[in-house]
Design a protein around this ligand. Structure first.
Ligand code: ADP
Ligand code: MG
Length: 342
């Protein structure tokens, strides 16, 4: 062993995944897609299965000071379903593994599972197994989701090509702004427990943070309209970071337009109130769990009138780079700050 010590933050989360991936050799022909997309893809004869997993830690991914246990359970399922959706697949099964410290009672576990069951109902998935163990510090939840699709329906991150149209669903930045409000109210409460948190006015943004909904509705609509995105991923780390992923995987560039970026009014107003730049929230806020995808121009007509799909820009050649055209018409280099865990 060399004596060199490299801090994980020097290479970052994505750098670490790339580093781990260097030593991975896929042996089985049924492993169609391994590391590097929202979910892995496995050959299942006449169709393919997708499989994805996410790990949520108390104190890192959720704070029980303001996140009710049923919401944590729902969100833990939704974030996995979102990665299945990001492959253009339909979720079918999940496994749920939990680690619990003795702070948690059976009633608390029931509250967590009430949210998990509600999500299973909402997304039409079956809970088929898991694992349970003790934890030294707080609650840990790991969920794995399995989905299905036809092989030619799968949307990878690497299929975008020049002149494709970049699309984003819903609105962005709300989950980050909601988190800032929840953190602020928590500090107010800690300083003075008699103060009742004033959250009514922030209902939309706090819900975006506490109870995100994976966009399976969009996946079903794309099917009905007979549109297969040329590339797709979900927006979990921030729009700019996800555009970088699609550009890197597809070896393309992208131009997006500030005036096309979708932002909800409450998100905008709350960002301003918090002294945050709303566009920065849209570009770099995490956890919105909307979909980012590209379509061939021939499919534009089919989606043109969709109220919740926004055409935010287009794909260019790799050498043209990645740009944001501001409202005043200036092109500025897009920066991907992403959501940093390290
Ligand atoms: P997402 O944000 O869509 O959940 P991630 O950024 O977590 O995706 O992961 C990107 C890719 O890296 C996925 O293919 C995932 O399975 C893989 N990955 C993440 N962590 C590890 C790990 N520790 N070992 C192997 N593969 C990993
Ligand atoms: Mg994803």
């Amino acid at each position: 062993m060399s004596e060199k010590r490299t801090e994980i933050r020097e290479i970052g989360e994505f750098g670490l995944i790339d580093h781990l991936n260097e030593k991975v050799v896929v042996k089985n022909p049924s492993s169609i897609k391994g590391i590097g997309d929202d979910a892995a893809v496995i050959d299942a004869g006449d169709h393919v299965k997708v499989i994805t997993t996410d790990l949520l830690l108390e104190g890192v991914h959720f704070d029980l000071a303001y996140a009710p246990l049923p919401h944590v359970g729902f969100k833990a399922v939704a974030v996995n379903v979102s990665d299945v959706a990001a492959m253009n697949a339909i979720p079918k099964q999940i496994t749920v593994s939990i680690a619990l410290s003795n702070r948690f009672s059976v009633e608390a576990v029931d509250a967590l599972y009430a949210g998990i069951h509600a999500a299973c109902e909402h997304y039409g998935v079956d809970l088929i197994g898991g694992d349970t163990t003790a934890s030294r510090s707080g609650l840990v939840i790991s969920i794995t989701a399995v989905g299905e699709a036809q092989k030619d329906q799968i949307a990878y991150r690497n299929g975008a090509k020049a002149n494709d149209i970049l699309c984003a669903t819903g609105d962005l930045g709300g989950a980050l702004v909601g988190l800032q409000i929840l953190e602020r109210e928590k500090q107010v409460y800690l300083a003075n427990p008699d103060m009742k948190p004033d959250l009514e006015k922030y209902g939309i943004v706090t819900a975006r943070q506490l109870k995100p909904d994976a966009r399976m509705d969009i996946i079903h609509e794309l099917r009905e309209l007979d549109v297969v995105p040329t590339s797709m991923m979900d927006i979990s780390d921030g729009l700019a970071s996800e555009i970088f992923h699609i550009c890197k995987a597809s070896n393309v560039g992208a131009t997006i337009y500030e005036d096309k970026l979708p932002i909800d009014k409450q998100t905008f107003d709350t960002a301003v109130e918090l002294n945050l730049d709303p566009i920065t929230c849209v570009l770099n806020g995490g956890e919105d769990y909307e979909l980012l995808f590209t379509i061939d121009q021939k499919d534009f007509k089919k989606l043109e009138k969709h109220p919740d799909i926004h055409f935010i820009g287009h794909i260019t050649k790799a050498e043209e780079g990645k740009f944001l055209v501001t409202k005043s018409g200036t092109a500025v280099q897009l920066k991907a700050q992403g959501w940093k865990h390290f």
